[in-house]
Design a protein around this ligand. Structure first.
Ligand SMILES: Cc1cc2nc3c(=O)[nH]c(=O)nc-3n(C[C@H](O)[C@H](O)[C@H](O)COP(=O)(O)OP(=O)(O)OC[C@H]3O[C@@H](n4cnc5c(N)ncnc54)[C@H](O)[C@@H]3O)c2cc1C
Length: 304
């Protein structure tokens, strides 16, 4: 029995394009890995095709349901966290409890905003502790989610209603779940915003806080640099300086940088859409790790 049984309606007929798989998932970031695991748990046969790693393979990701700029919870915050915890908790260690440092003058507004959000909030002066929020290590989580799921390392060069062409010359029959993140917009030409960003890794663990930026598990992130099209991002001097200044402000002394991670986020209003030939499952912006599991469940409901 998987964690979704009983929640989802009975399986309808799936329009299989191939005798070997029910769906081809394009992308092995957090969106692709999450949806592949959710469908396999439900008894569907999935083939994953991915060209590389993408923005999801950050050393640390936070699952924070409260927007730090406005003090508002995301829609369905409690269910979003619960579904993510259920799925990820089977495959990775989750570190519970995140703390927002709120400007004192903004506390009444945050308290009013969060009153009916359905998530646990613990106020300690102007610090807001969220016991259900957590952080984790995606680099170990993603391979664990994909374990034992058939996978091809290749690049999709064209997507048609019947299936996809790969760089190697193979044609794979669909239906397709397109979870190819920012890089995938190069093929689909999908609209939305692309925002490059960098995380700074420091020897110091940080303080487990969110102060506009987050600083947990030795990772401080991230910067936001809008870009017109997808290109592999290289951290710029000003990004590193911005992050070092932030770490210094939180720690009270200069941090010891030991590395950096960069990626490009892809932000779109609608993250799940049925299209001829399959589904789009992309555009999670800065919250892919947080929101992919609940949307994978919604996608499963649309299929079954
Ligand atoms: C610096 C930074 C910090 C972040 N911090 C957080 C955080 O703390 N919490 C959080 O929830 N989110 C965070 N995010 C955002 C989150 O990482 C994204 O929402 C998420 O990575 C998007 O996942 P994805 O699977 O859609 O895309 P990606 O991770 O980009 O994966 C796309 C996949 O598709 C593959 N692909 C692309 N094109 C093709 C093709 N043509 N053929 C075959 N394969 C293809 C890629 O190789 C890759 O495997 C952060 C992002 C950045 C950049």
């Amino acid at each position: 029995m998987n964690s979704l049984s009983g929640v989802l309606p009975k399986r309808k007929t799936v329009a299989t394009g191939s005798p070997d798989h029910d769906f081809v998932v394009v992308g092995a970031g957090i969106a692709g890995a999450t949806v592949a695991r959710t469908l396999v748990d439900l008894g569907l046969r999935v083939l994953v095709v991915s060209a590389g790693k993408g923005a999801s393979h950050a050393p640390v990701a936070i699952l924070n349901p409260v927007r730090a700029q406005r003090g508002k919870a995301i829609p369905d915050a409690a269910e979003t966290l619960a579904v993510a915890r259920l799925l990820y908790g089977r495959f990775a260690r989750l570190h519970f409890g995140l703390e927002h440092v709120v400007p004192p003058e903004a506390v009444p507004k945050w308290q009013a905003n969060l009153k009916d959000a359905g998530i646990e909030t613990v106020w300690r002066g102007h610090r807001l502790f969220l016991p259900q929020a957590f952080w984790m290590h995606p680099r170990t989580l993603i391979p664990a989610l994909l374990r034992n799921i058939p996978r091809i390392h290749d690049r999709v060069v064209a997507w048609f209603q019947e299936g996809i062409w790969l760089q190697s010359g193979r044609f794979l029959k669909g239906p397709v779940i397109w979870a190819a993140g920012a890089e995938g917009t190069e093929i689909t030409g999908l609209e939305g915003r692309l925002v490059a960003g960098t995380l700074l890794l420091t020897k110091e663990p940080g303080r487990g806080v969110i102060q506009g930026f987050f600083y947990v598990g030795g990772a401080l992130g991230g910067t936001h640099r809008p870009v017109p099209r997808f290109l592999a991002h290289t951290p710029t001097h000003d990004e590193i300086e911005e992050l070092r200044a932030k770490a210094r402000a939180i720690l009270g002394y200069p941090p010891t940088p030991i590395g950096a991670f960069t990626g490009v986020r892809y932000l779109k209003d609608q993250v799940l859409r049925e299209v001829p030939g399959g589904f789009l499952f992309t555009g999670f912006g800065s919250t892919g790790h947080l929101r992919a599991p609940i949307w994978a469940r919604r996608l499963a409901r649309a299929i079954l």
